[in-house]
Design a protein. Structure first.
Length: 429
């Protein structure tokens, strides 16, 4: 069954009353019980109530813009049919709590969390909900990011309806389901009112988040990082290229920046703070927790192009007489990054590095076995002042996952991971 309605600017076709494009609904005639009352100017959802359901239409009437609640719509067939008189529709003065699909979505960039990329919206696909046959319920189904939506809007009211429909039928749809769309709102107040968050984005791998963030404008990057939890933001920030990383932190207030930096690996945090203006670095350090602050300050004292400048102070070291069971217990309590636990170090009472035990060797060992019996030979290490390119050569030569760093007395002071080396080499490109 086919239903249609025409306006001077457009024709709208509803197939089996199931789908409708936003561009087709905009500008459509609206009828109240007395006859034609205006045209659809905007389509609104109230995210704090329902993220998908159309809550109201903004109607342009002779008396000004009016809000037509969707509950007062009896049909969309040959126009929008309202059950109440236009005089009863409230004035559209404040739209703070509403998300307007044309203003806030059409031609805007959004995040496709499924495709892991930033896309631009060309149209919005709406769908009638058949669950309640007594009431018209319209929901946002997907966003059109392909040529089909762009052509529909470009030729709306210009090409004959039949010709346009035939042309659109030849263009394959390219859309993203609404539940895979993360909205970008740069105004903090609106983000709160509209309950816009980035829960979908936060579930992605930090490297994917970094790629997405790098494609955004500066104010959009800031908006995203303001809504991510500190741990997710820290992991993503470590993956962002240094130039963008610096810009993001500079855009945040020092309190938010400190919360994120605290969650970063100490070496990554030190590298970042070393690139910031001195006064901003001091403000961030002041607001960090004492323990995290101390780790970063110690690393800031070293030159970045040395082993000490690349190492992290988060590593797992046990006494020389430790057993496999001791190692397992320590692993359970360790709160550092995953990368550094691929090797467990053994030190004497003075903190002198004695041996390194690969995590893989613990798997097949008995719980009572001495850790020293599982030590890897030769023991490869570097001093704090070793040049970073020499560090990279050692990783390549011995196929290392981690490399211990010692001071002039051979005391273990840190560890360098393969991720640290990759980041260093990327910065040289």
């Amino acid at each position: 069954m086919k239903f249609s309605f025409r306006t001077p600017r457009q024709s709208v076709i509803l197939y089996a009353m199931t789908t409708l494009a936003l561009s087709e609904l905009l500008g459509a005639l609206v009828y109240d019980p007395s006859g034609a009352a205006g045209r659809v100017r905007e389509v609104a959802i109230a995210p704090q109530e329902d993220r998908t359901r159309i809550a109201s239409l903004i109607i342009k009437t002779k008396a000004g813009n009016r809000v037509l609640p969707f509950t007062a719509i009896s049909a969309i067939n040959g126009g929008v049919r309202a059950t109440t008189a236009s005089a009863e529709w409230s004035a559209a003065n404040g739209n703070e709590g509403l998300f307007l699909l044309e203003r806030d979505l059409l031609d805007q960039q959004v995040i496709d969390v499924n495709g892991r990329k930033v896309v631009r919206v060309n149209d919005v696909d709406l769908e009638f909900d058949p669950k309640d046959p007594k009431q018209v319920v319209l929901r946002v189904h997907s966003v059109d990011v392909g040529a089909r939506g762009a052509v529909r809007r470009l030729l709306r009211g210009v090409a004959p309806r039949i010709a346009l429909h035939a042309l659109l039928g030849k263009i394959p749809p390219r859309s993203i389901p609404w539940n895979f769309v993360d909205l970008i709102e740069t105004d903090p107040a609106r983000r709160v009112k509209l309950k816009i968050s980035h829960e979908g984005l936060a579930k992605l791998h930090p490297a994917d988040i970094a790629d997405i963030v790098e494609d955004l404008a500066p104010d959009e990057r800031q908006a995203v990082f303001q809504t991510l939890d500190e741990e997710t933001a820290a992991e993503a920030l470590e993956e962002v290229e240094p130039r963008v990383q610096k810009a993001i932190v500079e855009s945040l207030d020092s309190g938010k920046a400190a919360d994120i930096v605290e969650e970063m690996d100490p070496d990554a945090a030190a590298d970042l703070l070393a690139d910031l203006p001195e006064d901003q670095t001091e403000q961030i350090l002041i607001q960090m927790k004492p323990e995290a602050q101390q780790d970063v300050v110690e690393l800031l004292e070293h030159k970045e192009e040395t082993a000490a400048g690349r190492m992290t102070t988060e590593f797992l070291a046990l006494p020389i007489n430790a057993t496999v069971q001791n190692a397992i217990d320590s692993l359970r309590e360790f709160e550092g990054g995953v990368e550094v636990i691929s090797t467990i170090y053994l030190v004497d009472s003075k903190g002198t590095l004695v041996a390194a035990v690969p995590l893989a060797r613990i798997v097949l060992a008995q719980s009572s076995d001495p850790m020293l019996s599982l030590a890897q030979e030769p023991l490869v290490l570097v001093r704090q002042d070793t040049r970073e390119m020499d560090v990279a050569e050692l990783f390549d030569k011995y196929n290392l996952q981690t490399l211990p760093v010692v001071d002039e007395h051979n005391r273990l002071t840190g560890a360098i991971t393969s991720d640290d080396v990759i980041s260093m080499l990327r910065s040289k490109l």
